[in-house]
Design a protein around this ligand. Sequence first.
Ligand code: ADP
Ligand code: MG
Ligand code: ZN
Length: 481
Amino acid sequence: MAGYIPVIGLEIHAELLTQSKVFCTCSASFGGTPNSRCCPVCSGFPGTLPVINQTAVEYAIKAGFALNCGINQFSVFDRKNYFYPDLPKAYQISQLNLPLCINGLVPVEYTENGEKKTHDIRINRIHLEEDAGKLTHNDLDGVSFADYNRCGIPLIEIVTEPDIGSAEEAKAFVEKVSLLLQYAGVCDCKMEQGSLRCDVNISIMKPTDTELGTRAEIKNLNSVKAIGRAIEFEIYRQSKLLDMGGRVVQETRRFDDNKGETKSMRSKENANDYRYFPEPDILQVNISDEQLSEIKAKMPEMPDKRLERYLADYAISETDALIIINNKIIADFYDEAVRTYNNPKAVCNFITGEMMRRINIGEIDINEITFTPEQLAKIVMMAETDVINKSNAKDVFRALVENPCDPEKIAADMGFVISNDSGKMIEVIEQVMSDNPKAVEQYKNGETKVFGFLMGQCSKALKGIATSKAIKDELEKRLSR
Ligand code: ADP
Ligand code: MG
Ligand code: ZN
């Protein structure tokens, strides 16, 4: 299988976070009782007229700015005709020759086989279109259900040039685009809810070939992991096919997540098959220079700018800054927390350490964080100012996650607030030393590693009485007598 070069181009569909749908006033939010968010326009009744949602146009342009595209100030909508039960009108309003955004560039950084790589992926276009409904198939009863709530939700389609060379690179690209769209505030990019979906086009070629090979298109991948697995499988399948003297046919395929394989769905349709023609019911979009600069001015702080700001104002390491920035929810949380307690380094350490650890093990749902940035900041502040010990800060945090309330009250209730009672401290240290004569003896004979054990005994008994530093100093003093 060696000797082939994979060539990959992606089409990413992203649902825009507008309040209402793209051509009617129905709600565009996720979910809802099936078919409760539909009207004659989005259900495709004859004679109804679509009216374009200006916010959807603005969001599509913002996505263009986020992906370094040029904006077509004159843009046209077209009808893409096809019959499928999820599309009641039997055509989708989309854009063919004059999309809103063209010629973008997205830099990706990723690691492959232990090697750090960077690559600029060219974006061919971003166009605005409408989503179709959702079909649910019940194979047991042999029936299917159609929910048209999703019909008419504004969708952008981002099409890359065939610039991607591996599964790792494709995954990094999708993650980067998803980050940029989230920062731009135009899509929540929840692949598991279908607000971001990806089609993968893939072919392979020999290094000596002058033309690209025939591609297969794998439709509707709904996780970054599935994108990677589908690409790996396709490289394997196409290479084997060519090695055996066969050839790849241009077709649409589906990825079976359980088997980790792609399967043929249908032969690939061409633009001709869709009988595209200009949508007669929607005016062409004209965007003035003034409107364009207004939209540009509304662009939120993007990840590269945020990195600059963190390095300049917060003086945290680039590695730490990137861990925070690579998740928009975490980054916003961090900014809020630093506003409460202006110690960027300590707050960063707590978030990248304890908070992210609990997110990773599933104790905190990042989409529904129940405690506030202020509450987290207070815990860090108490630990940094010796109101509580650092090790106890983690316990206060655990209690906060379980039952959000004032961290100062939690610390007090748990008996963690340090009283600085030095008489009591000395008493406890002396007690620990006389209870552990062997360890004390060992320490005095130069086996300094037992210090940790003695320190641990003292700390446990002195959790709300003395700071770790005071305990350590006093214990050292007494041991070296
Ligand atoms: P369609 O709309 O029919 O899917 P496009 O020309 O818009 O076709 O291309 C879709 C995607 O396929 C783009 O991302 C493009 O980069 C990619 N692509 C085109 N040719 C190839 C090829 N030979 N191998 C891999 N990807 C390709
Ligand atoms: Mg396609
Ligand atoms: Zn509607």
